[in-house]
Design a protein around this ligand. Sequence first.
Ligand SMILES: *[C@@H]1O[C@H](CO)[C@@H](O)[C@H](O)[C@H]1NC(C)=O
Ligand SMILES: *[C@@H]1O[C@H](CO)[C@@H](O)[C@H](O)[C@H]1NC(C)=O
Ligand SMILES: *[C@@H]1O[C@H](CO)[C@@H](O)[C@H](O)[C@H]1NC(C)=O
Ligand SMILES: *[C@@H]1O[C@H](CO)[C@@H](O)[C@H](O)[C@H]1NC(C)=O
Ligand SMILES: *[C@@H]1O[C@H](CO)[C@@H](O)[C@H](O)[C@H]1NC(C)=O
Ligand SMILES: *[C@@H]1O[C@H](CO)[C@@H](O)[C@H](O)[C@H]1NC(C)=O
Length: 357
Amino acid sequence: MREKMWIFHCVYDTKCIFSVWTHWCLYYAAIVCLLFAPVRTNDACPWSCICATESGTVTCRDGGDTEVPGDVPKWTSTMIIKGRNISTLRRDAFATNGSELQIVTLSLSHNGIRAIEPYAFLGLPRLHLLDLSHNRLDSISDRAFHALPELRSLHLNYSVSPLATAQLSDALSAQSLRNLHRLELAGNGLKTIPLMTLDIYNLYALVLVNNSIETLGRENVTNLYQQGRVRVYLSLNPFRCNCDLVAFYYWLKNSSQCPDAGRLECSEPDTKRGSPVEKLRVEDVDCTTENLEAVSYVFLGIVLALIGVVFLMVLYLNRGGIKRWLNNIREACRDQMEVYHYRYEQDSDPRLANVAV
Ligand SMILES: *[C@@H]1O[C@H](CO)[C@@H](O)[C@H](O)[C@H]1NC(C)=O
Ligand SMILES: *[C@@H]1O[C@H](CO)[C@@H](O)[C@H](O)[C@H]1NC(C)=O
Ligand SMILES: *[C@@H]1O[C@H](CO)[C@@H](O)[C@H](O)[C@H]1NC(C)=O
Ligand SMILES: *[C@@H]1O[C@H](CO)[C@@H](O)[C@H](O)[C@H]1NC(C)=O
Ligand SMILES: *[C@@H]1O[C@H](CO)[C@@H](O)[C@H](O)[C@H]1NC(C)=O
Ligand SMILES: *[C@@H]1O[C@H](CO)[C@@H](O)[C@H](O)[C@H]1NC(C)=O
């Protein structure tokens, strides 16, 4: 109203009119800029990537790039980078100009990634699933997975080289992974569960298929019992079916925490190679029963020896009585013999008797 009045007031003043129109033009220009500028950057698809705006997916395949695209559009919710030679995931690799991205799913499989620097995933506060499978990690910073409060699934299958397994364990103890529901670690040659403890996590699934786990000790089994909701997948591991397996064997039998329990096989000893762990007999793994048997045999031996000693003692202490008894027997025998002898003489040839007489 006031402006209209103002225009009306300077109707005959051309200078005045000009100034008003410039004012309006600038005003509209600003609005147009505000409306369209962000839209233009939003639409920009990174070079050599394919963008599907409706689904919020950016897919970058193959190509010579050795870095993560720096200009990820703001609307991206799923980002797939595959078949590139990335080698190192740098600090802030996704934090474009320090701004946050709303990516929910990030797949970085098959990129030949060898190293993850600290805070590589900074600026991804909504990341839910991170897939780093099929890379060649030999260096993982213990702060690699920091600042991922919403992460629920972490896939690291066929990705961790033996050099990095110790580092993996440190990296996985990050505070920001405590909401993790699913951890996939298939095919990494692991010999133990690379988690110090389970109670800091909120895990529902731990996939350790096709590793090098020979046994899970009592400590691990206790930990698993305590975290009753977690399911552990363990097929294709070379289990050593001896007495070290006992705690694990009972856990398999009476918890239902191993969904692929039926597919676990022994690889040692040779006599049990290929036989299902679940089908083992208690005696095969439970050495306490074996020990009990051994103990009972020893006990029986001792008892028998004691009886023997007591018997000998009795004999020794009674040696006088025994002597007398033996003498009695001997005398009895002699009497008998004499009687016999006498009878013999009486019954012998009468002619000889006559001669004697
Ligand atoms: C990947 O990049 C590194 C250097 O960043 C290079 O040494 C290596 O040869 C590359 N590998 C392939 C398969 O392109
Ligand atoms: C990031 O900063 C560069 C210049 O520093 C600018 O050209 C680019 O548009 C910025 N990108 C975003 C997404 O803000
Ligand atoms: C490994 O990771 C892939 C995703 O890259 C997933 O689909 C698969 O189920 C995982 N598990 C195994 C055992 O390969
Ligand atoms: C198990 O992992 C090895 C390499 O670690 C791989 O060659 C093999 O194909 C895998 N087996 C299965 C059944 O996935
Ligand atoms: C499992 O056992 C290994 C070796 O005994 C130990 O280093 C690791 O912390 C244990 N992990 C869990 C989760 O119990
Ligand atoms: C599992 O089985 C063993 C042997 O049958 C038994 O001693 C034990 O109490 C059972 N339960 C648990 C929780 O270990």
